[in-house]
Unconditional design. Structure first.
Length: 328
């Protein structure tokens, strides 16, 4: 059986590079392209189809800010009867230069888009995965205060601080609140990956395996789209041309989208990655994530709040509700 892969955020940046790398590594794969702009998805399918005619490409509408859209996506995927997914790659994400906007559940918009949407999608589809399937949450080194990224670091004690940053007491001006909400959402991606991994094991299942991935700094993507024009120009036109200099200044994890896209595709399809679970991967290696990301109480707190905000029910997924047996 070939690979059946669901990829969020395939229309640009890391997701687009990962789509190409997946089809290079697995030319006969079935690739479900999950995005919110149907016209862009259709154009992408035409481009990829010309290049990899033996692949099966399915464009499917998904807006991670809408729980109705996420639920409709999961149903539409099942109706396509493409078989159990061998990989679910949660790559979509965005960053706002200013904080303060809220999503449909009343939680912070960055938290809603980058964490809550993928939390719901992973819960709805985890039980459908192939036994040896892989779920990969794309995170970021910005989640870790020990990394020098230039971004404000997460400052949360409990899940509600991530969902409702105004209540966290950080008193950030808007231009700090936006980037901090981003690094916080990327911490949530890892907390969520570790908690889902724990739940899969508590259910006595050997799979799917769950990973978090840091693609490193990838200048030139659409991530800076809400920043002022001069910063956007530097991000889009200057920084991608000076990656070797950026590596000297910031460390080795500065990459082109092609490099990180291939590393991400490898996690989804390479047999050498078989059995990797509950790990955080940078480039090709599993490495420790931030100290706070291993806080099991925070992982459980985030899970409970996310389940409440997405109105998760026991029928939504087999890993959603089974929790630790009592310790006796
Ligand atoms: N660039 C970096 O330096 C960097 C570093 C570390 C981690 N990352 C992570 O890498 C991932 C990809 O980011 P990128 O830099 O490649 O940014 P990008 O070029 O802006 O790509 C983001 C993708 O996510 C999609 N997306 C965003 N919100 C969505 C929603 N509500 N529903 C469906 N799709 C949505 C976008 O679709 P639209 O075009 O429709 O908006 C786009 O396809 C993100 O998770 C980001 O946090 C990036």
């Amino acid at each position: 059986m070939g690979d059946t892969i669901i990829l969020t955020g395939p229309t640009r940046g890391l997701g687009l590079a990962a789509a190409k790398a997946l089809l290079r590594r697995s030319p006969t794969a079935t690739l479900v392209l999950a995005g919110r702009n149907q016209a862009e998805l259709d154009r992408l399918v035409q481009r990829l189809k010309r290049w990899r005619p033996r692949a099966t490409l399915a464009p499917l509408a998904l807006d991670l800010q809408s729980q109705a859209s996420i639920r409709a996506f999961a149903s539409a995927f099942r109706e396509l009867k493409l078989g159990p997914p061998t990989a679910l790659i949660l790559s979509a994400g965005l960053q706002f230069s200013e904080g303060g906007a809220v999503g449909e559940s009343g939680a912070d918009l960055t938290f809603t888009n980058n964490h809550l949407g993928h939390f719901l999608l992973a819960n709805l589809l985890a039980g459908d995965m192939a036994p040896e399937g892989r779920i990969i949450f794309v995170s970021s080194g910005t989640h870790d205060p020990d990394n020098r990224t230039g971004m404000p670091v997460p400052k949360i004690r409990r899940a509600a601080d991530a969902a409702y940053p105004a209540q966290a007491g950080n008193n950030d001006p808007a231009n700090v609140a936006g980037p901090r909400a981003y690094s916080t959402s990327k911490l949530c991606n890892i907390l969520c990956a570790y908690e889902l991994d724990r739940r899969v094991q508590l259910c006595g299942r050997s799979g799917p395996s769950i990973m978090a991935f840091d693609p490193g700094l990838m200048p030139g993507t659409g991530l800076a789209r809400t920043y002022p024009a001069p910063l956007r120009l530097i991000w889009s036109l200057v920084l991608p041309r000076i990656i070797p200099i950026l590596r000297l200044a910031m460390g080795p994890n500065v990459n082109s989208t092609a490099e990180s896209g291939d590393n991400l595709a490898r996690l989804a399809v390479d047999p050498a990655v078989h059995g990797w679970t509950g790990v955080y991967v940078v480039k090709k290696k599993a490495v420790p994530s931030s100290k706070q990301s291993y806080d099991t109480a925070l992982q459980a707190d985030l899970w409970a709040l996310s389940a409440q905000l997405t109105r998760l029910t026991p029928s939504d997924g087999e890993f959603s509700w089974k929790v630790a047996p009592p310790p006796f």
